[in-house]
Structures are given as C-alpha cells and as structure tokens.
Design a binder for this molecule. Structure first.
Ligand SMILES: Cc1cc2nc3c(=O)[nH]c(=O)nc-3n(C[C@H](O)[C@H](O)[C@H](O)COP(=O)(O)OP(=O)(O)OC[C@H]3O[C@@H](n4cnc5c(N)ncnc54)[C@H](O)[C@@H]3O)c2cc1C
Length: 455
C-alpha cells in the first residue's frame, strides 16, 4: 500500500513515525514549506531569540503521546508549573477568571454573583456559544470576561459559534465554589488539564518536531507544495510539476484548500468547504535586554487596553529561548473580517499594549532589541454553527476515495486540534490503514457529524 502524506506538521510526522514503527516502508511526506512542525514550529530571530507560533503548552491524556515525547526529548526538557493570570480592571486575577472572582472590584463581584445565581440550569437549551455562556455564567461573568475575551481570541461573534466543542476547554463553575472563593477567600487556580507541563530545552516547541528528523528524513521532501489532487486517478501534482500516485492519502493541509485543489469533486463538496470559517493570527515576538521579570507563564487580556488576547513569557520555559541577560515573550492577536487588524502597525500597537498593561515598563522601550512578526493566515478553525453540516458533506466523499483529511485544519475540529490530538490522529491513521484499527481520537468528534462513515 502506497501511503502519501501532505504536510509535515504534528499530524504528518506522527503518521510517518508510526508507519516506520509498524515496519511499513512505502510512504512519503511532502511538505510545502522548508521546515517541519507546521503551526507548532518555532522561529529563531537573527538576534538569537526563539519564538513559538503563539503560546504552546504540551499536555495530553494519551499514553502513546507521552511515551513518544519522552523518546524524542530524552532528558532535554524542562518541567513548568502553570502560572497563568488574567489582566483586567488594572489588576491581576488568577486564571480561570470564573473560579477566582474575589480578585475583582467589589461591584463586579456582586454583578457576577447575581448573574450566576440567576442563570442556573438553562445551558442545555442554548442555541449557540453566546447563549451558552449567558446561560452558564450569567450576565456579569459574560459581560466582563467571557464575551470580550472570546471575541478577542476567535475574532467571530459568539452567536455564530456552536457550543458543542466546549467539553473540557472552558471551565464551568458552581455557585457554591464561587461563593467559597468570594466569602472564604479560597482561590482555585488549579483547574484544567495543563497545570504542569514539559517544554523542550532547545528550540522552543518546534524543537520537539525537529527531533522527528532521524525517523522521517528518508521519506520526507520539503518545499513540495501539492497543487492538485485527482481523487479518481489517485494522483497528487506538485507546484514544481512533479506527480505521485497513492493508494491512501493523508492530507493535513487545510480542508478548505484541499477542496479547492481536488479534481472531480462534486459542487456540494466544494460549496460545503466555503462554509468553514477560521481566524488568522498576528503573533509578535519581543526580546528585551534585561533579566526575566516574572514567575508568570502566560497572561490573558480580555479588555481593550491591548490588541492581544494572550502573552506568553517564553524565556521562562527554557534558558535557551533568549540570549543570556535577556528575556522574550510572544503576544497573540487574532483577526478576521469581523475583526480587522493592521499588520503594518501591529508591532507598535503591541508594544504600546504591553506598556499599558504593565507587562513592560515605559523604560523598557529602549531595551527592546528584537521585534519579530509571525503572520499566520490560518490559526484557529472556528467551530461555527454550519461547521458540522459542511464536514458531513465533505468527509464521507473523501473517505470513499481513500483520502483521510486529519489534523488541526484537516479535520477542522478545534476540540481535537491540539498537538497531542494531531500527532495521535496521524498515529491512528497509520494503525487504521495498515491494520484496520479504529480511529479513537478523530472518530468520537467526527462521529458527531459523520454517523456511519466508519461503519
Ligand atoms: C496560536 C496557537 C496556539 C496553540 N496552542 C497550542 C497549545 O497550547 N497546545 C497544543 O497542544 N496545541 C496548540 N496549538 C495547536 C498546534 O499548533 C496544532 O495542533 C498542530 O500544529 C496541528 O498540526 P497539524 O499537523 O494538524 O497541522 P499544521 O501544523 O497546520 O501542519 C500542516 C502542514 O501542512 C503543510 N501544508 C499545507 N498545505 C500544503 C500543501 N498544499 N502541500 C504540502 N504541504 C502543505 C503546512 O506547511 C504545514 O507544515 C496552537 C495553535 C495555534 C495556532
């Protein structure tokens, strides 16, 4: 069986690694860019600062993923205890906001408590993410945090988004725990699956993916962009005119782009792809000539005093992210048609925002020695209300023709769009096509929309 893989991000690398591990030899990865890692790659600036493509935290519930990371990194990692905060109302609030309300102004605490008390029990009836947050958290938490923060991240109105992706991605609270926090002063900053995590000692998050090279290099071609997929003849054509046939194709490029380059796809498949929505990211790396000023890992920004929604202190994760005597951070700003942001001014606006939010002091302006813009055309696959309908028109057609579209933008399922999900989708693709094993990561999410495809 000839297996062709498009893309050397975590999904494609996971698939290649697993195919090798299973002893299969007829496979090849074609990657459009000149490096591996995809959205999880890191950039090293000419001044020696290493920036991830936005803050990346490695966590997982999959044992295979942990064992693979251990094998790839060996002893070359750091272990970080999560210190994440929210900057709002000119103060630091522990993350998650909704579990730590007591840090707010007193009027806001009251507004949140009254809203939460009035909101109990109606979330199941919510028709979209906007209604869900209001039903789950009430007016106060929604107005002060959930709505502004989520618009900054997704760059899409919450009313256009579904509520089905939420699961363990959003911390929900009980009135009792909020009252304990406010009245007894018990903070709860421990929520979530990522409260302690490993980070590669060298090369940032992308350093993990560089370590796949020995396992995939003899089956990897870089600078090889697929420009046409003939699903009937099972042939991929590349920008340089070369072609390759396949028996099974794993595509990890964005599903919207795959639909555009498919020959022979019916109109309803092409049109369905146009209903898929995404946001773009302008990520700004800043290197500063002074020592790390904080124990914090990352900070969320729901308010308008900064363009970004998150800042990650990268040099806090490993001493090799910045030259000695310096620190670095990366900010994330989203954009879309609903939320235009000018790339020409984003670096200056980001620095102003860092000062307005006290991440940097005014005097730091003169100490900034590195500014790196990472412009990401597709950052988050947005779980819009029309997403599942679109996927159910596209995926069965592809799978009938031996095309597996998997990974963050391949599957287009944000709820399984992290690095571990992506690697595991690649691993399980290999197990599935070689041995018929079920895809347990993709299937439950895919199942929502594709009942019966795997039957
Ligand atoms: C801002 C941000 C923050 C994130 N934070 C986290 C986090 O904290 N924790 C976490 O686990 N995950 C995080 N992620 C998700 C993580 O980056 C993704 O899970 C992962 O990169 C997806 O891997 P992939 O291989 O599916 O896709 P990608 O990384 O998108 O890789 C796809 C590859 O396909 C290539 N390609 C595209 N078109 C073609 C073509 N025509 N021909 C050939 N090759 C092509 C691309 O160049 C790319 O290398 C974050 C992502 C973003 C954007």
């Amino acid at each position: 069986m000839k297996v062709v893989i498009l893309g050397a991000g975590p999904t494609g690398l996971g698939a290649g690694y697993r195919l090798r591990e299973l002893g299969h030899d007829d496979w090849h990865i074609y990657e459009a860019s000149d490096h591996v890692g995809g959205l999880a790659a890191s950039v090293t600036s000419p001044n020696g600062f290493v920036y991830d493509t936005g803050g990346h935290v490695m966590f997982s519930r999959y044992p295979y993923f942990h064992e693979l990371v251990d094998r790839l990194l060996g002893d070359d990692y750091t272990r970080i205890a999560r210190e994440s905060w929210i900057w709002m109302q000119q103060r630091w609030v522990p993350y998650p906001f909704q579990n730590n309300l007591r840090a707010l102004e007193r009027e806001s605490v009251l507004e949140c408590l009254l809203g939460l008390a009035a909101s109990r029990g109606a979330a199941a009836d919510a028709r979209n993410f906007g209604e869900w947050m209001l039903a789950t958290f009430g007016e106060g938490i929604t107005r002060l945090f959930m709505r502004p923060y989520n618009f900054k991240v997704w760059a899409h109105p919450a009313e256009l988004m579904s509520k089905d992706w939420i699961a363990d991605r959003v911390s929900v609270v009980s009135l009792e725990s909020v009252l304990r926090n406010v009245i007894l002063g018990e903070d709860d900053a421990s929520w979530g699956p990522n409260n302690s995590f490993k980070f590669p000692l060298y090369g940032g998050t992308g350093g993990l993916y560089e370590r796949f090279h020995p396992y995939v290099d003899d089956h990897l071609s870089l600078d090889k962009r697929a420009v046409a997929v003939d699903a009937t003849a099972r042939v991929v054509r590349f920008a340089d005119g070369a072609e390759t046939s396949y028996d099974v194709l794993l595509s990890t490029m964005p599903l919207t782009q795959l639909a555009r380059i498919l020959t022979g796809a019916p109109d309803d498949v092409r049109e369905a792809a146009q209903d898929l929505c995404w946001n773009s990211g302008l990520f700004v790396g800043i290197g500063v000539r002074r020592e790390e000023p904080t124990d914090k890992c990352w900070v969320y920004f729901p308010e308008e005093d900064a363009p970004f929604y998150r800042v990650t202190y990268l040099s806090r994760y490993s001493p090799h992210m910045a030259p000695a005597g310096h620190f670095c951070l990366v900010t994330e700003t989203s954009r879309s048609a609903y939320k235009p942001v000018d790339p020409a001014t984003i670096i200056d606006d980001t620095i102003d925002g860092l000062i307005a939010t006290r991440i940097l002091a005014e005097e730091d302006r003169d100490l900034i020695v590195d500014r790196t813009l990472i412009d990401v055309p597709m950052a988050y696959p947005v779980p819009t209300l029309g997403r599942d309908r679109a996927l159910s028109a596209i995926q069965p057609w592809l799978m009938d023709r031996g095309i597996f579209s998997r990974g963050r933008f391949g599957a287009w399922l944000y709820e399984i769009g992290n690095m571990d999900h992506s690697i595991m989708q690649g691993v399980e693709f290999a197990d599935h096509v070689l041995h018929g094993a079920e895809e347990t990561v993709w299937l439950p999410a895919g199942d929502l929309v594709l009942a019966g495809v795997h039957a």
